[in-house]
Design a protein around this ligand. Structure first.
Ligand code: ATP
Length: 443
Protein backbone atom coordinates (compact mmCIF):
# COMPACT_ATOMS: atom_id res chain seq x y z
CA UNK A 1 0.00 0.00 0.00
CA UNK A 2 1.33 3.46 -0.84
CA UNK A 3 2.35 5.62 2.10
CA UNK A 4 -0.41 8.08 3.00
CA UNK A 5 0.18 11.61 4.27
CA UNK A 6 -0.83 10.38 7.73
CA UNK A 7 1.76 7.57 7.57
CA UNK A 8 4.40 10.14 6.70
CA UNK A 9 3.30 12.47 9.46
CA UNK A 10 3.29 9.70 12.07
CA UNK A 11 6.78 8.63 11.09
CA UNK A 12 8.07 12.21 11.03
CA UNK A 13 6.47 12.79 14.45
CA UNK A 14 8.41 9.86 15.83
CA UNK A 15 11.68 10.62 14.03
CA UNK A 16 11.79 14.21 15.22
CA UNK A 17 10.44 13.61 18.73
CA UNK A 18 6.92 15.00 18.52
CA UNK A 19 4.83 11.95 19.41
CA UNK A 20 5.67 8.36 20.40
CA UNK A 21 3.39 5.41 20.93
CA UNK A 22 2.76 4.80 24.62
CA UNK A 23 4.78 1.89 26.08
CA UNK A 24 6.23 1.20 22.65
CA UNK A 25 8.84 -1.30 23.91
CA UNK A 26 5.94 -3.48 25.11
CA UNK A 27 4.19 -3.31 21.78
CA UNK A 28 2.29 -0.11 22.51
CA UNK A 29 -0.98 0.59 24.31
CA UNK A 30 -4.02 1.01 22.07
CA UNK A 31 -4.58 4.63 21.12
CA UNK A 32 -2.54 6.19 23.86
CA UNK A 33 0.35 8.44 22.82
CA UNK A 34 3.26 10.21 24.51
CA UNK A 35 4.57 13.63 23.53
CA UNK A 36 8.31 13.86 23.00
CA UNK A 37 10.59 16.90 23.39
CA UNK A 38 9.17 18.79 20.40
CA UNK A 39 5.57 17.61 20.81
CA UNK A 40 5.33 18.75 24.41
CA UNK A 41 6.50 22.23 23.34
CA UNK A 42 4.03 22.42 20.48
CA UNK A 43 1.08 21.39 22.64
CA UNK A 44 2.22 23.71 25.45
CA UNK A 45 2.39 26.63 23.01
CA UNK A 46 -1.18 25.91 21.87
CA UNK A 47 -2.47 25.61 25.44
CA UNK A 48 -0.68 28.77 26.58
CA UNK A 49 -2.11 30.69 23.67
CA UNK A 50 -5.60 29.45 24.51
CA UNK A 51 -5.15 30.32 28.20
CA UNK A 52 -3.86 33.79 27.36
CA UNK A 53 -6.78 34.59 25.08
CA UNK A 54 -9.42 33.02 27.33
CA UNK A 55 -8.22 33.94 30.82
CA UNK A 56 -5.54 36.64 30.83
CA UNK A 57 -6.92 38.83 28.09
CA UNK A 58 -10.50 38.76 29.39
CA UNK A 59 -11.83 40.40 32.50
CA UNK A 60 -14.90 38.18 32.54
CA UNK A 61 -13.27 34.72 32.57
CA UNK A 62 -11.52 32.98 35.46
CA UNK A 63 -9.26 29.92 35.37
CA UNK A 64 -9.75 26.65 37.22
CA UNK A 65 -7.94 23.34 37.62
CA UNK A 66 -10.37 20.77 39.01
CA UNK A 67 -9.34 17.21 39.88
CA UNK A 68 -9.83 14.35 37.43
CA UNK A 69 -11.58 12.21 40.06
CA UNK A 70 -14.97 13.51 41.15
CA UNK A 71 -17.81 12.31 43.33
CA UNK A 72 -19.56 9.51 41.42
CA UNK A 73 -22.91 11.25 41.83
CA UNK A 74 -21.62 14.01 39.55
CA UNK A 75 -21.79 11.57 36.65
CA UNK A 76 -25.27 10.38 37.57
CA UNK A 77 -26.54 13.96 37.68
CA UNK A 78 -24.75 14.99 34.49
CA UNK A 79 -26.37 12.15 32.56
CA UNK A 80 -23.08 10.47 31.72
CA UNK A 81 -23.82 7.19 33.49
CA UNK A 82 -27.07 6.79 31.60
CA UNK A 83 -26.27 8.54 28.37
CA UNK A 84 -22.55 8.71 27.61
CA UNK A 85 -22.63 5.63 25.47
CA UNK A 86 -21.84 4.50 21.99
CA UNK A 87 -23.64 1.66 20.20
CA UNK A 88 -21.31 -1.34 20.15
CA UNK A 89 -21.45 -4.44 17.96
CA UNK A 90 -19.29 -7.58 18.09
CA UNK A 91 -18.31 -9.89 15.29
CA UNK A 92 -18.98 -13.44 16.51
CA UNK A 93 -16.56 -14.78 13.93
CA UNK A 94 -13.38 -12.70 14.34
CA UNK A 95 -14.20 -11.17 17.78
CA UNK A 96 -13.52 -7.62 16.63
CA UNK A 97 -15.69 -4.82 18.01
CA UNK A 98 -17.08 -1.83 16.19
CA UNK A 99 -19.27 1.17 16.66
CA UNK A 100 -22.63 0.26 15.11
CA UNK A 101 -22.41 3.44 13.04
CA UNK A 102 -18.97 2.51 11.63
CA UNK A 103 -19.25 3.54 7.97
CA UNK A 104 -17.37 0.39 6.92
CA UNK A 105 -20.24 -1.84 8.07
CA UNK A 106 -22.54 -2.85 5.22
CA UNK A 107 -26.11 -3.64 6.24
CA UNK A 108 -27.77 -3.52 9.67
CA UNK A 109 -25.90 -5.20 12.55
CA UNK A 110 -27.91 -8.12 13.92
CA UNK A 111 -29.40 -8.87 10.48
CA UNK A 112 -28.17 -11.70 8.21
CA UNK A 113 -27.07 -9.26 5.49
CA UNK A 114 -24.71 -7.29 7.75
CA UNK A 115 -21.07 -7.85 6.91
CA UNK A 116 -18.10 -7.64 9.25
CA UNK A 117 -15.69 -5.01 7.89
CA UNK A 118 -12.64 -6.98 9.08
CA UNK A 119 -13.26 -10.67 8.31
CA UNK A 120 -16.02 -10.13 5.76
CA UNK A 121 -18.38 -12.74 7.30
CA UNK A 122 -22.06 -12.10 6.68
CA UNK A 123 -24.55 -12.30 9.57
CA UNK A 124 -21.82 -12.44 12.22
CA UNK A 125 -22.44 -9.00 13.73
CA UNK A 126 -24.46 -8.81 16.93
CA UNK A 127 -27.33 -6.42 17.55
CA UNK A 128 -26.01 -3.07 18.83
CA UNK A 129 -25.85 -2.61 22.59
CA UNK A 130 -25.01 0.55 24.48
CA UNK A 131 -21.46 0.74 25.77
CA UNK A 132 -20.53 3.38 28.37
CA UNK A 133 -17.35 5.24 27.47
CA UNK A 134 -16.32 6.18 31.00
CA UNK A 135 -13.30 4.48 32.57
CA UNK A 136 -14.03 3.09 36.02
CA UNK A 137 -11.65 2.61 38.88
CA UNK A 138 -11.85 2.13 42.63
CA UNK A 139 -11.15 4.63 45.36
CA UNK A 140 -9.62 3.21 48.53
CA UNK A 141 -8.51 -0.35 49.26
CA UNK A 142 -11.79 -2.17 48.55
CA UNK A 143 -12.71 -3.09 45.00
CA UNK A 144 -16.45 -3.00 45.52
CA UNK A 145 -19.36 -1.24 43.87
CA UNK A 146 -19.54 1.43 46.57
CA UNK A 147 -15.94 2.44 45.84
CA UNK A 148 -16.35 3.00 42.10
CA UNK A 149 -15.13 6.31 40.77
CA UNK A 150 -14.73 7.43 37.16
CA UNK A 151 -11.98 9.12 35.22
CA UNK A 152 -13.73 12.25 33.95
CA UNK A 153 -14.80 12.04 30.30
CA UNK A 154 -14.95 15.84 30.02
CA UNK A 155 -13.53 18.68 32.07
CA UNK A 156 -16.79 20.67 32.03
CA UNK A 157 -18.33 19.03 35.11
CA UNK A 158 -15.44 20.20 37.30
CA UNK A 159 -16.42 23.72 36.27
CA UNK A 160 -20.16 23.31 37.00
CA UNK A 161 -19.68 21.94 40.49
CA UNK A 162 -17.27 24.80 41.27
CA UNK A 163 -19.27 27.54 39.62
CA UNK A 164 -20.50 29.10 42.87
CA UNK A 165 -17.05 28.84 44.50
CA UNK A 166 -15.47 30.68 41.59
CA UNK A 167 -18.26 33.23 41.33
CA UNK A 168 -18.09 34.13 45.00
CA UNK A 169 -14.31 34.11 45.42
CA UNK A 170 -13.61 36.11 42.25
CA UNK A 171 -16.54 38.52 42.75
CA UNK A 172 -17.53 38.11 39.11
CA UNK A 173 -21.01 38.93 37.89
CA UNK A 174 -23.01 37.16 35.25
CA UNK A 175 -22.21 37.02 32.35
CA UNK A 176 -18.87 35.46 33.16
CA UNK A 177 -16.91 32.35 32.29
CA UNK A 178 -14.66 29.68 33.77
CA UNK A 179 -11.87 28.13 31.71
CA UNK A 180 -9.99 24.94 32.30
CA UNK A 181 -7.37 22.81 30.56
CA UNK A 182 -7.05 19.23 31.68
CA UNK A 183 -7.04 15.55 30.92
CA UNK A 184 -10.16 13.63 29.99
CA UNK A 185 -10.58 9.91 29.35
CA UNK A 186 -12.92 7.98 27.09
CA UNK A 187 -12.89 4.28 26.49
CA UNK A 188 -13.51 4.78 22.76
CA UNK A 189 -14.62 1.68 20.85
CA UNK A 190 -12.80 2.52 17.65
CA UNK A 191 -10.09 5.03 18.37
CA UNK A 192 -7.57 5.88 15.72
CA UNK A 193 -6.06 8.28 13.26
CA UNK A 194 -3.00 8.90 15.41
CA UNK A 195 -3.75 11.57 18.07
CA UNK A 196 -7.18 12.38 16.59
CA UNK A 197 -9.18 9.94 18.70
CA UNK A 198 -7.39 8.61 21.76
CA UNK A 199 -8.45 7.17 25.08
CA UNK A 200 -6.58 9.74 27.14
CA UNK A 201 -6.53 13.32 25.91
CA UNK A 202 -6.55 16.94 26.98
CA UNK A 203 -9.42 19.34 26.65
CA UNK A 204 -9.46 23.13 26.69
CA UNK A 205 -12.95 24.03 27.81
CA UNK A 206 -14.65 27.27 28.74
CA UNK A 207 -18.14 27.48 30.23
CA UNK A 208 -19.77 30.89 29.91
CA UNK A 209 -22.64 31.53 32.35
CA UNK A 210 -25.31 33.88 31.05
CA UNK A 211 -28.78 35.14 31.88
CA UNK A 212 -31.51 32.95 30.32
CA UNK A 213 -32.73 34.61 27.16
CA UNK A 214 -29.29 35.96 26.21
CA UNK A 215 -27.70 32.59 25.38
CA UNK A 216 -28.31 32.75 21.63
CA UNK A 217 -26.50 36.06 21.40
CA UNK A 218 -23.56 34.72 23.45
CA UNK A 219 -23.53 31.53 21.42
CA UNK A 220 -23.02 33.58 18.26
CA UNK A 221 -20.39 35.71 19.99
CA UNK A 222 -18.35 32.68 21.02
CA UNK A 223 -18.63 31.10 17.60
CA UNK A 224 -17.04 34.21 16.15
CA UNK A 225 -14.32 34.38 18.80
CA UNK A 226 -13.30 30.75 18.41
CA UNK A 227 -12.99 30.96 14.64
CA UNK A 228 -10.86 34.10 14.96
CA UNK A 229 -8.62 32.37 17.49
CA UNK A 230 -8.12 29.37 15.22
CA UNK A 231 -7.25 31.55 12.27
CA UNK A 232 -4.75 33.28 14.57
CA UNK A 233 -2.94 29.93 14.85
CA UNK A 234 -2.13 30.35 11.17
CA UNK A 235 -4.46 27.56 10.01
CA UNK A 236 -5.50 27.98 6.39
CA UNK A 237 -9.08 29.35 6.44
CA UNK A 238 -10.17 27.18 3.50
CA UNK A 239 -9.43 24.10 5.61
CA UNK A 240 -11.87 25.17 8.34
CA UNK A 241 -15.64 24.99 8.27
CA UNK A 242 -18.67 24.93 10.54
CA UNK A 243 -21.00 21.99 10.95
CA UNK A 244 -24.27 22.44 12.80
CA UNK A 245 -25.49 19.34 14.66
CA UNK A 246 -28.78 17.94 13.41
CA UNK A 247 -31.35 16.78 16.01
CA UNK A 248 -30.00 13.20 15.83
CA UNK A 249 -26.41 14.31 16.50
CA UNK A 250 -26.96 16.54 19.54
CA UNK A 251 -25.34 15.36 22.78
CA UNK A 252 -27.65 14.62 25.69
CA UNK A 253 -26.95 18.05 27.23
CA UNK A 254 -27.11 20.30 24.17
CA UNK A 255 -29.85 22.39 22.61
CA UNK A 256 -27.74 23.71 19.78
CA UNK A 257 -24.21 22.80 18.78
CA UNK A 258 -21.74 23.72 16.09
CA UNK A 259 -18.56 21.83 15.38
CA UNK A 260 -15.53 23.43 13.86
CA UNK A 261 -14.17 20.96 11.35
CA UNK A 262 -10.77 20.73 9.69
CA UNK A 263 -10.01 18.97 6.45
CA UNK A 264 -7.60 16.33 7.74
CA UNK A 265 -5.83 14.01 5.29
CA UNK A 266 -8.55 11.49 6.30
CA UNK A 267 -11.42 13.91 5.62
CA UNK A 268 -13.41 16.67 7.32
CA UNK A 269 -13.64 16.04 11.05
CA UNK A 270 -14.57 17.93 14.20
CA UNK A 271 -11.88 19.22 16.53
CA UNK A 272 -13.75 21.88 18.49
CA UNK A 273 -17.36 22.52 19.44
CA UNK A 274 -19.47 25.43 20.62
CA UNK A 275 -22.49 24.20 22.54
CA UNK A 276 -25.60 25.74 24.04
CA UNK A 277 -25.95 23.55 27.14
CA UNK A 278 -28.88 25.58 28.55
CA UNK A 279 -29.28 25.09 32.30
CA UNK A 280 -29.16 21.31 31.82
CA UNK A 281 -26.09 20.71 33.96
CA UNK A 282 -26.68 23.28 36.70
CA UNK A 283 -30.31 22.27 37.17
CA UNK A 284 -29.36 18.60 37.38
CA UNK A 285 -26.63 19.32 39.93
CA UNK A 286 -28.96 21.54 41.91
CA UNK A 287 -31.55 18.78 42.04
CA UNK A 288 -29.13 15.97 42.81
CA UNK A 289 -27.02 17.79 45.39
CA UNK A 290 -29.84 19.66 47.06
CA UNK A 291 -27.65 22.79 46.99
CA UNK A 292 -29.04 26.00 45.52
CA UNK A 293 -26.99 27.00 42.50
CA UNK A 294 -29.05 30.04 41.58
CA UNK A 295 -27.54 33.42 40.89
CA UNK A 296 -28.87 36.52 42.60
CA UNK A 297 -28.62 39.44 40.22
CA UNK A 298 -27.46 42.37 42.38
CA UNK A 299 -28.89 44.91 39.95
CA UNK A 300 -32.45 43.54 39.75
CA UNK A 301 -32.64 41.21 42.77
CA UNK A 302 -33.78 38.51 40.36
CA UNK A 303 -32.81 34.90 41.05
CA UNK A 304 -32.13 32.57 38.17
CA UNK A 305 -30.19 29.52 37.14
CA UNK A 306 -27.72 30.64 34.47
CA UNK A 307 -27.60 29.17 31.00
CA UNK A 308 -24.27 27.92 29.73
CA UNK A 309 -22.52 28.42 26.41
CA UNK A 310 -19.55 26.09 26.16
CA UNK A 311 -16.51 26.18 23.92
CA UNK A 312 -14.81 22.80 23.96
CA UNK A 313 -11.60 21.99 22.14
CA UNK A 314 -9.21 19.07 22.25
CA UNK A 315 -5.60 20.14 22.78
CA UNK A 316 -4.37 17.00 21.03
CA UNK A 317 -6.74 17.34 18.10
CA UNK A 318 -5.78 20.99 17.76
CA UNK A 319 -2.12 19.93 17.80
CA UNK A 320 -2.94 17.45 15.02
CA UNK A 321 -4.64 20.22 13.04
CA UNK A 322 -1.56 22.41 13.46
CA UNK A 323 0.74 19.55 12.42
CA UNK A 324 -1.34 18.59 9.37
CA UNK A 325 -1.74 22.19 8.31
CA UNK A 326 1.99 22.87 8.60
CA UNK A 327 3.13 19.76 6.69
CA UNK A 328 4.57 20.43 3.23
CA UNK A 329 6.58 18.45 0.75
CA UNK A 330 8.51 20.66 -1.62
CA UNK A 331 11.14 20.41 -4.25
CA UNK A 332 14.13 22.66 -3.65
CA UNK A 333 16.94 22.67 -6.22
CA UNK A 334 15.97 19.23 -7.44
CA UNK A 335 15.80 17.75 -3.96
CA UNK A 336 12.74 16.82 -1.95
CA UNK A 337 12.28 18.83 1.22
CA UNK A 338 9.82 18.05 4.02
CA UNK A 339 9.01 21.04 6.15
CA UNK A 340 6.61 21.90 8.95
CA UNK A 341 5.60 25.50 8.36
CA UNK A 342 4.35 26.31 11.84
CA UNK A 343 3.53 29.87 12.67
CA UNK A 344 6.81 30.91 14.38
CA UNK A 345 5.14 31.61 17.73
CA UNK A 346 3.80 28.02 17.81
CA UNK A 347 7.01 26.31 16.69
CA UNK A 348 8.59 24.10 19.37
CA UNK A 349 12.08 25.43 18.63
CA UNK A 350 12.41 29.06 17.66
CA UNK A 351 15.89 28.91 16.19
CA UNK A 352 18.82 26.56 15.72
CA UNK A 353 22.40 27.73 15.99
CA UNK A 354 25.03 26.15 13.74
CA UNK A 355 28.77 26.66 13.44
CA UNK A 356 29.44 26.28 9.71
CA UNK A 357 32.50 24.16 10.48
CA UNK A 358 33.90 22.98 13.78
CA UNK A 359 37.08 25.08 13.70
CA UNK A 360 38.52 28.60 13.39
CA UNK A 361 36.64 29.96 16.41
CA UNK A 362 33.21 29.25 14.92
CA UNK A 363 31.99 26.72 17.54
CA UNK A 364 33.04 29.06 20.36
CA UNK A 365 31.11 32.00 18.92
CA UNK A 366 28.12 29.80 18.06
CA UNK A 367 28.05 28.47 21.63
CA UNK A 368 28.16 32.00 23.02
CA UNK A 369 25.22 33.00 20.81
CA UNK A 370 23.30 29.87 21.80
CA UNK A 371 23.91 30.47 25.52
CA UNK A 372 22.82 34.10 25.15
CA UNK A 373 19.52 33.21 23.47
CA UNK A 374 18.65 30.16 25.56
CA UNK A 375 17.21 32.03 28.55
CA UNK A 376 14.64 33.78 26.40
CA UNK A 377 13.94 31.41 23.52
CA UNK A 378 13.78 27.67 23.08
CA UNK A 379 16.82 27.29 20.81
CA UNK A 380 18.83 24.29 19.65
CA UNK A 381 22.55 23.85 19.04
CA UNK A 382 23.64 21.53 16.26
CA UNK A 383 27.16 20.97 15.00
CA UNK A 384 26.66 17.49 13.53
CA UNK A 385 26.91 16.77 9.80
CA UNK A 386 26.84 18.98 6.74
CA UNK A 387 25.09 22.32 7.03
CA UNK A 388 22.52 21.19 4.43
CA UNK A 389 21.58 18.19 6.55
CA UNK A 390 21.33 20.31 9.66
CA UNK A 391 18.97 22.71 7.85
CA UNK A 392 16.82 19.81 6.67
CA UNK A 393 16.53 18.36 10.18
CA UNK A 394 15.31 21.72 11.44
CA UNK A 395 12.88 22.03 8.51
CA UNK A 396 11.30 18.78 9.66
CA UNK A 397 11.18 20.09 13.22
CA UNK A 398 9.48 23.25 11.96
CA UNK A 399 12.17 25.56 13.37
CA UNK A 400 11.58 28.94 11.73
CA UNK A 401 15.13 30.33 11.88
CA UNK A 402 18.57 28.86 11.27
CA UNK A 403 21.46 30.94 12.64
CA UNK A 404 24.79 30.08 11.07
CA UNK A 405 28.15 31.24 12.30
CA UNK A 406 30.60 31.31 9.38
CA UNK A 407 34.09 32.59 8.60
CA UNK A 408 32.90 36.19 8.37
CA UNK A 409 31.18 35.96 11.77
CA UNK A 410 34.42 35.70 13.70
CA UNK A 411 35.67 38.82 11.88
CA UNK A 412 32.67 41.12 12.16
CA UNK A 413 30.30 39.47 14.68
CA UNK A 414 27.50 39.01 12.13
CA UNK A 415 25.73 35.74 11.37
CA UNK A 416 23.38 34.52 8.65
CA UNK A 417 19.75 33.90 9.53
CA UNK A 418 17.96 31.49 7.22
CA UNK A 419 14.19 31.73 6.95
CA UNK A 420 12.59 28.26 6.97
CA UNK A 421 9.86 29.17 4.48
CA UNK A 422 11.48 31.54 1.98
CA UNK A 423 14.96 29.97 2.36
CA UNK A 424 16.35 33.52 2.12
CA UNK A 425 19.36 34.33 4.27
CA UNK A 426 20.17 37.67 5.76
CA UNK A 427 23.11 38.91 7.78
CA UNK A 428 22.30 40.05 11.28
CA UNK A 429 24.61 41.35 14.00
CA UNK A 430 25.06 38.76 16.72
CA UNK A 431 24.07 41.37 19.30
CA UNK A 432 20.79 42.06 17.48
CA UNK A 433 19.62 38.44 17.33
CA UNK A 434 17.39 38.54 20.40
CA UNK A 435 15.53 41.62 19.16
CA UNK A 436 15.35 40.14 15.65
CA UNK A 437 13.76 36.91 16.93
CA UNK A 438 11.38 38.72 19.25
CA UNK A 439 10.01 40.80 16.38
CA UNK A 440 9.60 37.75 14.16
CA UNK A 441 7.88 35.71 16.87
CA UNK A 442 5.26 38.30 17.72
CA UNK A 443 1.69 37.37 16.84
P1 ATP B 1 -16.34 12.81 18.60
O1 ATP B 1 -17.68 12.94 17.94
O2 ATP B 1 -15.17 12.98 17.68
O3 ATP B 1 -16.22 11.61 19.50
P2 ATP B 1 -17.38 14.52 20.58
O4 ATP B 1 -18.41 15.24 19.79
O5 ATP B 1 -17.75 13.43 21.49
O6 ATP B 1 -16.22 14.03 19.60
P3 ATP B 1 -16.96 16.50 22.56
O7 ATP B 1 -17.56 15.67 23.60
O8 ATP B 1 -17.71 17.68 22.04
O9 ATP B 1 -16.52 15.58 21.34
O10 ATP B 1 -15.51 16.93 23.03
C1 ATP B 1 -14.94 18.18 22.73
C2 ATP B 1 -13.60 18.04 22.07
O11 ATP B 1 -12.76 17.14 22.79
C3 ATP B 1 -13.64 17.45 20.67
O12 ATP B 1 -13.93 18.44 19.71
C4 ATP B 1 -12.24 16.92 20.51
O13 ATP B 1 -11.34 17.94 20.12
C5 ATP B 1 -11.88 16.47 21.90
N1 ATP B 1 -12.07 15.02 22.00
C6 ATP B 1 -13.20 14.34 22.29
N2 ATP B 1 -12.98 13.01 22.30
C7 ATP B 1 -11.67 12.85 22.00
C8 ATP B 1 -10.82 11.71 21.87
N3 ATP B 1 -11.27 10.49 22.05
N4 ATP B 1 -9.52 11.93 21.55
C9 ATP B 1 -9.02 13.16 21.37
N5 ATP B 1 -9.77 14.27 21.50
C10 ATP B 1 -11.08 14.13 21.81
Amino acid sequence: MPETVMDKLVSLAKRRGFVFQSSEIYGGLGSVWDYGPLGVELKKNIKERWWRSMVHEREDIEGLDAAILMHPRVWEASGHIAGFTDPLVDCKQCKNRFRADDPRIKGTPGQPDAQCPVCGTKGSLTVARQFNLMFKTFMGPLEEAAAVVYLRPETAQGIYVNYLNVLQSSRQKIPFGIAQIGKAFRNEITPGNFIFRTREFEQMEMQFFVKPGTEVEWFEFWRGERMKWLQGLGIRPEKLRWHQHGQDELAHYAKDAYDIEYEFPFGWQEFEGVHNRTDFDLSNHQRASGKKLEYLDPATNERFLPYVVETSAGADRTALVVLCDAYREEEVEGEKRVVLQFKPSLAPLKAAVFPLVNKDGMPELARRIYDGLRGEFNVFYDDGGSIGRRYRRQDEAGTPFGITVDGQSTQDQTVTVRDRDTLKQERVGAGQLAAYLKAKLAG
